[in-house]
Ligand binder design. Structure first.
Ligand code: NSP
Length: 231
């Protein structure tokens, strides 16, 4: 085949992640357009649900940091592209800021982040993260799950900032945290890393990666449900 045809074919080819997002559209929409997100966007959010989400998410993020550390370790060992580490490291740095943000937000809402008991949906999700930390889990699976986790928050909170949204002023900072354009670019960088690795992965690794993405989406739905008190 001519080089030009190859370039044209690559352009029109639907990526692995795009194929999955189309195939599992309902679940993806369920995770990113959850009633909890709709309630923030239309201003009807129950503040006790928001506070529960804040407390529980702080616990989740504490478990997320070691997970990201293992993704970084896998990138160092398994990636053929040194820029992967730069992107993952930038994510870790923003998690550092996130802890300061959680503390500030907790004091704004009169919420204590110490001695909060993790709820079942959170424990289940943290246990899943821990399973991905195993050295047996390939980098492709871990980096793609990482992309999915970050993207659900980006897509959800960006929706609350779109024109026509009625997000209360005091919640805009939370939506900005994950819904800002910079975080969107970071998620696209993670997606492109994941895509590169998925292109080269075996069918078996691809299948396990798809299963991990579906798990992430289901855990995210359960996490929003928990925040609304529907456990
Ligand atoms: C449950 C959950 N999912 C994703 C994110 C974004 N890091 C988060 N903070 N919490």
């Amino acid at each position: 085949m001519e080089r030009k045809d190859e370039a044209e074919e690559a352009k029109s080819k639907v990526s692995v992640i795009e194929t999955w997002l189309r195939k599992h559209r309902l679940l993806y929409v369920g995770a990113t357009r959850h009633p909890f997100i709709h309630s923030i966007r239309d201003g009807s959010v129950d503040i006790s649900s928001f506070k529960r989400w804040l407390e529980q998410d702080y616990i989740f993020v504490r478990a997320f940091v070691p997970f990201v550390a293992t993704v970084l370790l896998k990138a160092w060992k398994e990636s053929f592209d040194a820029t992967d580490m730069d992107v993952i490291l930038s994510g870790m740095a923003s998690l550092n800021d996130e802890f300061a943000w959680f503390n500030k937000e907790a004091s704004k809402w009169g919420v204590s982040l110490t001695n909060v008991a993790p709820q079942k949906a959170n424990l289940d999700y943290c246990r899943f993260l821990e399973s991905l930390m195993s050295s047996e889990v390939e980098y492709t699976v871990a980096i793609t799950a990482f992309w999915a986790i970050e993207t659900v928050y980006q897509d959800s909170f960006a929706h609350c900032l779109e024109d026509g949204s009625n997000t209360p002023e005091e919640l805009r900072d939370t939506c900005q945290r994950w819904g800002n354009d910079g975080f969107g670019q970071y998620c696209r960088a993670l997606q492109s890393i994941a895509e590169h690795h998925l292109e080269k992965a075996s069918d078996d690794v691809r299948k396990r990666t798809e299963a991990a993405v579906l798990d992430v989406l289901e855990y995210e739905v359960a996490f929003w449900n928990m925040s609304q008190g529907d456990t």
